[in-house]
Design a protein around this ligand. Structure first.
Ligand SMILES: Nc1ncnc2c1ncn2[C@@H]1O[C@H](COP(=O)(O)OP(=O)(O)OP(=O)(O)O)[C@@H](O)[C@H]1O
Ligand SMILES: [Mg+2]
Length: 241
């Protein structure tokens, strides 16, 4: 599946260099009136098609980083460029478009709609984007089949196992065929067989459509499938080689 999309405004960071650049990102929180620094002047460059695992101990800022990359949270300082355009200069509509079309996000806690079926949950990003039901439904079905949920399409999320819910969340993140997948522990609740299926699927997506991936994981095997392994040390992103 060739993927030739380019815009924002046919991007050219000197001939389509970095897809994403984070520069000098700082982010902290205030807790009981004392500040905690999580990211401290952190930088990261991501090329199109690159796959990155972010690993490391609980509390070092992995989810915080992912939320910034998904434009779900703003840093206190620093710049975030997507295809050479400053994400923080986007207006509300452009930002919503960026989140809905360019990014697929798998949250650490899945945030599915419990009373809706698997299929309905996966169709939602398409409905939000104004795609007709007739078009998005087969796409949603296809992606659910690919994550191994062929026989769970009309189950309500409440009636699915934790691992099945996690795969619905992954399918929801992928249904719009985003350029970038940001996933926070996508296999945290899966056994080794289902994890392997997800690993293979992610590898295929990376190869077939050059999907760029940043995946937070404690799963060493999944991390090893990514081209780069990184961690956060003293608030900075560090390449683990
Ligand atoms: N809204 C907030 N208010 C105060 N502190 C916060 C807030 N969000 C995160 N933190 C703190 O920032 C630190 C980093 O959190 P983050 O969720 O990014 O960690 P993580 O690396 O994803 O950990 P885990 O592996 O446990 O998911 C934690 O110590 C957390 O308690
Ligand atoms: Mg986390």
């Amino acid at each position: 599946m060739a993927d030739i999309r380019k815009t924002p405004e046919q991007w050219n960071e000197s001939v389509d260099g970095p897809l994403i650049r984070l520069e000098g990102i700082s982010k902290g929180f205030e807790y009981n009136s004392s500040p905690i620094v999580i990211l401290d002047d952190a930088s990261l460059t991501i090329k199109r098609g690159e796959s990155i695992a972010v690993v490391g101990e609980s509390g070092i800022g992995k989810s915080t980083l992912l939320h910034i990359l998904g434009a779900l949270d703003k840093p206190d300082k620093g710049n975030f460029f997507f295809k050479g355009k400053n994400v923080f200069d986007m207006d509300t509509k452009q930002l919503a478009g960026f989140r809905n079309h360019s990014i697929g996000f798998v949250f650490q806690f899945h945030y599915l709609l419990a009373e809706f079926t698997s299929l309905e949950n996966v169709m939602i990003p398409g409905m939000i984007a104004g795609i007709s039901k007739g078009v998005i439904k087969p796409q949603a079905e296809e992606i659910l089949v690919r994550v191994g949920l062929k026989n769970r399409l009309s189950h309500r999320v409440n009636d699915l196992s934790g691992g099945e819910q996690q795969r619905v969340a992954l399918a929801r993140a992928l249904v719009m065929k985003p350029e970038i997948l940001l996933a926070d522990e996508p296999t945290g609740n899966l056994d080794s067989k289902n994890s392997q299926q997800v690993h293979d699927f992610l590898t295929e997506l990376n190869r077939e459509m050059q999907m760029t991936m940043v995946i937070v994981t404690h799963n060493g095997k999944l991390a090893s499938y990514m081209q780069k392994q990184m961690t956060i040390h003293d608030g900075k992103l560090v390449d683990m080689g």
